[in-house]
Design a protein around this ligand. Structure first.
Ligand code: MLT
Length: 410
C-alpha cells in the first residue's frame, strides 16, 4: 500500500486559478450569452513579436535538417541565450553574473516551486501576505508546516503582512528566518520595492545569515529608471540572494515557457556539520538531475527577445499593457475605487467596495459586469478585502470592462 504525501491534505482542494476557472465555467454554462472578460490570471494576450516567431521558425527549420539538428541541449541553457541574459539583463546594468550562475528553465512557476527542495525541512521560511501562492503551497507540500489554522495561516511560516500603511512592502522580520521569498514588482499587489527597501533587505539578510529568493518576473514593467530591476543592483546581494526571471510577461511566453534563475556562487547555506555549501552547486545538481533543458526552439525565441528588433517589439507590448493598466487605474479611480499598484506592474490591487469579502466581490463583478478578477483572499489572509485586476487584455476588452464596472458599481 502506497502511503501518500499527507502534507497535500493541508492545501486547499484546488490551486487558485483553476478554482477561478471552475467558477467562471459554471457561470458561463448558466449564462451562455454572457461575454465574459477575463482580467483574472495574468496571462498575456498579444501574439509573439515577429522577431521571436522568425527566430523560432528558423530554429524549427534547423531541427528538420541532419546537419543542424539538436538533441539534448545543455541543462543550464544554450550559450547564446545565457550570454544574451548576462549582457542585457545584468552587464548593461553594471552587474557581473557568470554564465554558470544562470540556469535556464521552462518557467518561473516551476523554479519558485522547486527551489525549496535545496533547503532543509526545518528551514524557517518567511513569505509576504498577500503572496504568490506557489511559494506557500510548495513549502506546505514539502512538509514545512502544520495544517492551516482558522485564520488561514500555516504554523511554521513567518508571515510578513503587506498593508496599505506599509505600501504592501513589509519590512524584514524581527525574528530569525532562514529563507524569505520577495517579489518585486509584486504579484499580486502591483507595488514595487524601492532601492532603499531592497538595501534594507540585503543588509538584514547579511546580518542574519538569511537567503532572499527574489522573484523579478515583472521587472520589465518598471518604467522609473531609479528603481532597481534586479536585486543584484544592491551591493552585497550576490552573497545572499537568488533571482528568478521569466520571459512569460517580458516577451509573451506564457504559452511558450522559458525562464531562468540566477544562483550566484557566493550564496551559501550550511550542512548539518555547519560546513558552508554553495547553493549554486546544489541547484546545479538538482537542475541536471530533474531537468533536461528548455527546448532549442524556445531558447532561440527567448534570445531573439534581446535582439534590437525583439527589444523594440516586446517593449511596445509592455507599453501597450501598461497603457491598459493606466486606463484601468485612472477610470476606476475616478469612479471611486481605491487602487494600488498598476504603475510599475501589470496588476492593480483594488479595495473591495461596501466592505465586501474578496470572493463576494468576485461574484458581484462576475454577475453584474461579467468581468473576472482574482479575489485577494486567494493570495493569503491579508488579501481579504482586496481584489486583483490584470491589465493583460485587448484595448477593446479593457475599455468594455471599465464601462461595465463603472455602470455596475457607479
Ligand atoms: C498570476 O496571474 O498570478 C500569474 O499569471 C501566475 C503565474 O505567473 O504563474
Amino acid at each position: 500500500m502506497a502511503r501518500i504525501n499527507e502534507h497535500y491534505a493541508k492545501l486547499p482542494a484546488s490551486y487558485l486559478f483553476p478554482e477561478i476557472g471552475r467558477r467562471v465555467r459554471a457561470y458561463q454554462a448558466a449564462h451562455p450569452d454572457a461575454k465574459v472578460i477575463r482580467l483574472g490570471i495574468g496571462d498575456v494576450t498579444e501574439p509573439l513579436a515577429p522577431a521571436i516567431t522568425e527566430a523560432m521558425h528558423a530554429a524549427v527549420d534547423e531541427m528538420g535538417k541532419r546537419e543542424t539538428f539538436h538533441g539534448y541541449g545543455p541543462e543550464q541553457g544554450y550559450d547564446f541565450l545565457v550570454e544574451a541574459i548576462r549582457q542585457n539583463d545584468y552587464a548593461a546594468r553594471g552587474v557581473d553574473i557568470a554564465a554558470d550562475e544562470i540556469f535556464v528553465s521552462d518557467g518561473s512557476k516551476c523554479d519558485s516551486g522547486n527551489i525549496q527542495e535545496i533547503f532543509a525541512l526545518g528551514a524557517r521560511i518567511a513569505v509576504t501576505d498577500p503572496v504568490y501562492p506557489v511559494y506557500v503551497d510548495s513549502n506546505v507540500m514539502a512538509g514545512r508546516t502544520a495544517a492551516a489554522g482558522p485564520d488561514g495561516r500555516y504554523p511554521g511560516f513567518t508571515y510578513l503582512v503587506g498593508t496599505e500603511a506599509n505600501g504592501f512592502q513589509p519590512e524584514p522580520p524581527a525574528e530569525p528566518v532562514d529563507v524569505v521569498y520577495l517579489c518585486s514588482p509584486n504579484n499580486p499587489t502591483g507595488t514595487v520595492a524601492t532601492r532603499a527597501q531592497l538595501e534594507r533587505w540585503v543588509a538584514w539578510a547579511k546580518a542574519n545569515d538569511s537567503i532572499i529568493l527574489f522573484d523579478a518576473a515583472y521587472e520589465s514593467y518598471i518604467s522609473d529608471p531609479s528603481l532597481p530591476r534586479s536585486i543584484y543592483e544592491i551591493p552585497g546581494a550576490k552573497d545572499v540572494a537568488l533571482e528568478l526571471r521569466s520571459f512569460s510577461k517580458r516577451a509573451g511566453f506564457t504559452g511558450v515557457r522559458c525562464a531562468f534563475m540566477v544562483v550566484p556562487k557566493g550564496v551559501t547555506g550550511v550542512d548539518p556539520s555547519g560546513k558552508r555549501v554553495a547553493l549554486n552547486a546544489l541547484w546545479a545538481r538538482r537542475h541536471t538531475t530533474k531537468f533536461n533543458g528548455a527546448s532549442y526552439v524556445v531558447q532561440r525565441g527567448a534570445a531573439a527577445a534581446y535582439s534590437p528588433a525583439g527589444l523594440e517589439q516586446t517593449n511596445a507590448q509592455i507599453a501597450f499593457y501598461m497603457e491598459n493598466a493606466r486606463l484601468l487605474r485612472e477610470s476606476l479611480g475616478a469612479a471611486g475605487f481605491t487602487i494600488f499598484g498598476g504603475v510599475h506592474a501589470p496588476y492593480l490591487w483594488i479595495r473591495t467596495t461596501g466592505g465586501a469579502s474578496s470572493w463576494d466581490f468576485f461574484d458581484q463583478l462576475l454577475t453584474k459586469a461579467q468581468v473576472v478578477g482574482t479575489p485577494g483572499a486567494g493570495f493569503g489572509p491579508a488579501g481579504e478585502g482586496y481584489f486583483r485586476l490584470s491589465a493583460f487584455n485587448s484595448r477593446a476588452n479593457i475599455e468594455e470592462a471599465i464601462g461595465r464596472i463603472r455602470k455596475a458599481f457607479g
